[in-house]
Design a protein around this ligand. Structure first.
Ligand code: ADP
Ligand code: NA
Length: 340
């Protein structure tokens, strides 16, 4: 019986924000007590769009520092960057040959990221979900904590795992391996902040690439910056409702209440129990206090870690060696299965 293993990743593309924290990184730390966890800085995903090399290198360390600062233990878990474990790329090629063109054509994130000039998008941006499937399957991970935006990619990874198991069923058996060679990875998308929205536009997700810095709270923002952004966050003119159902028609209120709930480990109903009927000015002040109390220590620890790059590099190097030990075992089996 295989153990329950968690895999997840974050791209080193700058501007780590509150959505990355609440949708992913905060949960990475919470899962480490119950699972064998592998957390990856997915630098090979980052280069699907142009990255300045010096900036990329800095960003890799910053994401690793964010994992550690948020409470991920780099000794009990594996923390590393993707490019240092060659089996990700190796398995991705095999999976490129398993996934169907029609499956990738349905990926909505590619359409969003490629924009209008699709002919000029990199082939990597298009094939990215196959590499993501390889990231997960090379560790035969069973659980993947991610934000809502990754749901479709996880479904694809499940389809790829199943097709591989079916296409090679005879060879898997002939090699004496378990019928379900690749387990079906299960997305863990839970809690009130699986899709944190922009502070400027309730219809857009909070994103690293939004040109408006005021649209997101960066993990490296100062207390003053956090306060200013929350005070300026777009809202409607009504006081907060008493019932969560009333949030549905009020995206900005829904977002701020969700953020408050996630940061305080409460549910939105409990937050409205406290703030229902309050004006936004009052609620926003409470949110500023909460966000600063939760994020300032993480920011301070990130700065401390970034001032000591040797430590972060050591964690990444050690993590890569331990990751490769697992990944190479899977890849050796895959080669036998495929007939290499
Ligand atoms: P981004 O989408 O900001 O470029 P990544 O693709 O590196 O970031 O995603 C890292 C993790 O953060 C993923 O699990 C993703 O689902 C999660 N995530 C990204 N944006 C948000 C958001 N606005 N709300 C919740 N989770 C998010
Ligand atoms: Na990701």
């Amino acid at each position: 019986q295989m153990s329950q293993r968690v895999f997840s990743g974050v791209q080193p593309t700058g501007n780590l924000h509150l959505g990355n924290y609440l949708g992913a990184i905060k949960r990475f730390a919470e899962m480490q007590s119950g699972y064998d966890c592998i957390y990856c800085v997915v630098d090979m995903h980052a280069i699907t769009v142009w990255q300045d090399p010096a900036e990329l290198r800095r960003s890799i360390r910053e994401v690793a520092a964010a994992f550690l600062a948020a409470g991920v233990d780099g000794e009990k878990n594996i923390v590393f960057n993707q490019s240092q474990v060659p089996q990700h790329a190796e398995l991705a090629w095999v999976l490129n040959c398993v996934a169907r063109l029609g499956w990738l054509n349905r990926m909505t994130q590619f359409k969003e990221k490629a924009g209008k000039d699709r002919e000029n998008a990199s082939v990597g941006l298009y094939a990215y979900p196959n590499l993501m499937a390889a990231d997960i399957l090379v560790y035969r991970a069973t659980h993947v904590p991610v934000g809502e935006d990754q749901k479709q990619h996880l479904e694809l990874a499940r389809d790829i795992a199943q097709k591989f198991n079916n296409d090679f069923a005879a060879s898997i058996a002939a090699n004496g391996l378990a019928e379900k060679f690749f387990p079906q990875p299960e997305p863990l998308i839970a809690g009130p902040a699986t899709r944190v929205m922009s502070l400027r536009d309730g219809a857009k997700k909070m994103s690293k690439s939004d040109p408006s810095d005021a649209s997101r709270i960066n993990l490296t923002d100062s207390a003053d910056q956090i306060a200013a952004k929350i005070r300026k966050a777009k809202t409607d003119p009504l006081p907060l409702p008493d019932a969560v159902e009333e949030l549905k028609a009020r995206p900005e209120a829904d977002n701020l209440v969700g953020i408050y709930a996630a940061l305080s480990d409460a549910d939105p109903a409990a937050v409205l129990g406290e703030f229902g009927g309050a004006q936004f000015s009052q609620f926003k002040q409470a949110l500023v206090d909460l966000a600063v109390a939760k994020l300032a220590p993480i920011n301070a620890e990130m700065q401390r870690l970034l001032a000591d790059p040797a430590h972060v590099e050591r964690v990444l190097g050690d993590g890569a060696a331990r990751a490769e030990a697992i990944a190479s075992e899977t890849m050796n089996h895959v080669k036998d299965i495929v007939g290499f």
